[in-house]
Design a protein around this ligand. Structure first.
Ligand SMILES: [Zn+2]
Length: 266
């Protein structure tokens, strides 16, 4: 099944109908079903067509999961096996930064949107990896559930072996789908990050392992609100001063947000 077929099914549009409509309204587009579908979704259904319809990168070299290298942008074709965790927060609609008192550090006062990170287990015939769908991706997908789908993902492997995804294209949808509620997933969710085992110690003696765990988290998200980071650390039994750890790692705190560096771009 082609990507267009997937979306025709999703939107309940018949191919013949679309071609008929296209012939009448956009004869100049000929048989480009992707563009006709985008036009149809916009004009007839009154919705924004999902970017996943388009084949923006026609020639891609697909990598096997086992061959992914840290920090290298890659394209993989994988089966989405299941959701492992989901984190939501109120975000700026423009840059997806976390809003503090309804304000974005970059765009000022904004109408908040609910943004979310979703971690999914994906794999091909060589291996599995946890893929992190960023708020930009999950917002684009909207109600489209990619669990059980065979997809193409563009992204980058981080130092903690997560594949951070910037683009998803659905290649194949599941034949049958049993609805699994988010609650169900939450209840059996995996532990996201290893627990920090540490006793209360003077600040000068923050163990390297603890620093590394913080470093991985902050680098994964690039920026994270200080209260969130403190909550995260307490849940894992860390009793020290989080601000001190952040400073030791060389990150900056701006308006209550821990950033990898000053003025980090979204
Ligand atoms: Zn913003």
């Amino acid at each position: 099944m082609s990507t267009v077929d997937v979306f025709l099914k999703l939107y309940g549009i018949k191919k013949d109908e679309l071609l008929e409509w296209g012939k009448k309204n956009y004869p100049e587009l000929g048989g480009n079903l992707r563009l006709l579908l985008a036009a149809y979704i916009r004009e007839v259904l009154g919705q924004e067509p999902p970017v996943e319809i388009f084949e923006l990168v026609p020639k891609v070299t697909v990598k096997k999961v086992i061959d992914l290298k840290e920090d290298e942008w890659s394209v993989i074709e994988v089966y989405v096996a299941r959701v492992v965790s989901e984190r939501t927060y109120t975000a700026c609609p423009i840059c997806f930064r976390k809003l503090t008192n309804g304000e974005c550090t970059e765009h000022g006062k904004q109408e908040p949107i609910e943004a979310k990170f979703v971690d999914v287990v994906v794999g091909d015939d060589t291996a599995e990896v946890v893929a992190t769908l960023t708020p930009r991706v999950t917002t684009r997908l909207g109600d489209i559930d990619i669990v059980g789908c065979y997809v193409r993902m563009r992204g980058r492997l981080t130092s903690d072996m997560r594949f951070v995804v910037s683009e998803v294209t659905i290649l194949k949808m599941p034949k049958t789908r049993r609805e699994v509620s988010v609650e169900e997933v939450r209840e059996e969710r995996f532990e996201e990050v290893p627990k920090i085992e540490v006793e209360e110690k003077p600040q000068e003696e923050i163990p390297e392992g603890v620093l590394n765990t913080f470093r991985k988290l902050i680098e994964t998200f690039e920026e994270v609100s200080l209260p969130e980071l403190e909550k995260w650390a307490r849940r894992r039994g860390f009793k020290g001063d989080v601000v001190e750890v952040v400073k030791r790692l060389g990150y900056v705190i701006e308006d209550g947000v821990v950033k990898m560096r000053k003025g980090t771009l979204s």
